[in-house]
Write a protein of this length. Structure first.
Length: 100
């Protein structure tokens, strides 16, 4: 009976260790995923800001904004870029600061 108890407890110990290792690895994977998304968000933010700067540079005399047909598309693009920029700023502010 004692040997059976020792065997059973040994099996439970091994299972517990395996479960802990799997949970630890899952936590690492989740952290890597968060870092990947943070990098992706930073890249998109720089693209959005660069695109907005190019749009404003092309339209320095506001010729596109004031043209009826082109102005609608220009305004839609501007709204889209502003919306993306706001979303990206929200996510960047929510993400924890990482020291390198």
């Amino acid at each position: 009976m004692l040997i059976l108890s020792v065997i059973l407890l040994s099996i439970l110990l091994v299972l517990s260790l395996a479960a802990n290792v799997l949970l630890w690895r899952a936590g690492e994977i989740q952290l890597e995923t968060k870092e990947m998304y943070a990098d992706w968000i930073s890249e998109w933010r720089s693209h959005v800001l660069k695109t907005y700067a190019h749009m404003k540079l092309l339209d320095d005399k506001q010729m596109f904004e004031k043209d009826d047909e082109v102005g609608v598309v220009f305004e839609d693009m501007k709204i889209l870029i502003d919306s993306l920029n706001e979303k990206i700023e929200e996510v960047v502010e929510e993400s924890p600061k990482q020291e390198e």
